[in-house]
Design a protein around this ligand. Structure first.
Ligand code: SF4
Ligand code: SF4
Length: 101
């Protein structure tokens, strides 16, 4: 049997972790031009800065599955933000949400 409350709590914690990763993000956009997914799709929401904006506002979107986890954005981030970790937390949260359906 699925422990609904436990899963809900876990989802909340994962969203909080993903969001707090971007606390020191200045939205400078230095990461954006390095992202291979953004280079192809030319859509801000798939860029690392796009993820920063969504996740820091605790918005979960399946767009996080478009990231290749290449870490090119992290290499150049002046604030040393662990973008991929946040994306992984968001993916976990979305997967858990599926269990509640
Ligand atoms: S480079 Fe770092 S600080 Fe700048 S927008 Fe990207 S994640 Fe935020
Ligand atoms: S880790 Fe994801 S968001 Fe960062 S540059 Fe690579 S594809 Fe883009």
């Amino acid at each position: 049997m699925v422990d609904t409350e436990k899963i809900r709590l876990e989802i909340e914690n994962l969203i909080e972790e993903a969001s707090s990763t971007f606390e020191s993000c200045t939205r400078c956009g230095m990461c954006k031009s390095l992202c291979p997914v953004f280079k192809v799709l030319l859509d801000e929401s798939v860029s690392p800065r796009g993820h920063a904006i969504l996740l820091s506002n605790k918005i979960l979107d399946k767009i996080v599955f478009k990231c290749t986890l290449c870490r090119a954005c992290e290499d150049k981030c002046p604030a040393n933000i662990k973008i991929c970790e946040a994306i992984l937390r968001a993916r976990e949260a979305l997967s858990l949400k599926e269990k509640l359906r």
